[in-house]
Design a protein around this ligand. Structure first.
Ligand SMILES: [Zn+2]
Length: 231
């Protein structure tokens, strides 16, 4: 058995811890990404609501235009009674029929705007439905992520306990070398592949490879400093 075996056990646990820690860090980011997915549906709904409001404003505007002209006709008809000449009477009739023509065009404008309101109302409904569906999907996924985070934290606590136990079997001098390396070069313990370091792949001098195979002391890669062992 290799003398670095206790370090390999530690390294295997550390590998799991690193993965779990990474996953725990990623989960909040993934949640945010999920929430961002709702932005598209939210924007579409806001735009549809704005368009619906605009169409309704055009309906109201046409309504007001019609009312102003109808009032004007009533006023003119009232004044018409007091007119003295046929010419004046005919002139006012002409004015009234011009206004009636304007009312007709306002009414077609209003009908078109009403059609647009109906279209936009349907569009708003679709957008609301889409947003609800998206939200349900996102909420479901966020719940899964939350549950996964709880599992990750539990597994992390288990791995930390396992590591505590495993580190008892590691000689102190081995442990200090390993710990110094761990945060700079991952993985810190690598197999010799032929005569090359399994981490940086540089060929070791034959004397170094020879000492590694003798398996009675910690040997560092001449280039990256990782701990080498003969598989
Ligand atoms: Zn190396």
């Amino acid at each position: 058995m290799s003398i670095v075996q206790p370090l390999l056990v530690l390294q295997e646990i550390d590998a799991r811890i690193r993965m779990l820690q990474q996953e725990a860090r990623d989960i909040p980011l993934r949640k945010e990404q999920e929430k961002m997915r709702l932005l598209g549906a939210q924007t579409a709904l806001t735009e549809a609501l704005t368009a619906q409001k605009g169409a309704q404003a055009r309906v109201d505007e046409a309504e007001l235009d019609i009312k102003v002209r109808r009032d004007k006709i009533i006023t003119l008809r009232g004044q018409q009674i007091n007119l003295r000449t046929n010419k004046e009477f005919a002139a006012m009739n002409l004015e009234i029929s011009t206004i009636e023509g304007q009312i007709e065009s306002c009414e077609s404008r209003q009908v078109a705007a009403l059609d647009h309101v109906a279209v936009m109302r349907a569009r708003v409904g679709e957008c609301q439905k889409k947003l609800q569906e998206d939200k349900a999907a996102v909420d479901g996924y966020i719940q899964e992520l939350q549950a996964r985070l709880v599992t990750v934290q539990t597994e992390l606590a288990q791995a930390e306990a396992e590591r505590q136990e495993a580190s008892k079997g590691v000689p102190t001098n081995f442990n200090s070398v390993y710990m110094r390396l761990r945060d700079r070069r991952w993985p810190p313990v690598v197999a010799l592949e032929g005569n090359a370091c399994g981490g940086c792949h540089l060929t070791q001098p034959p004397s170094v490879a020879h000492v590694v195979r003798r398996n009675n002391s910690l040997v560092a890669c001449q280039t990256c400093g990782r701990i080498l062992y003969a598989p």
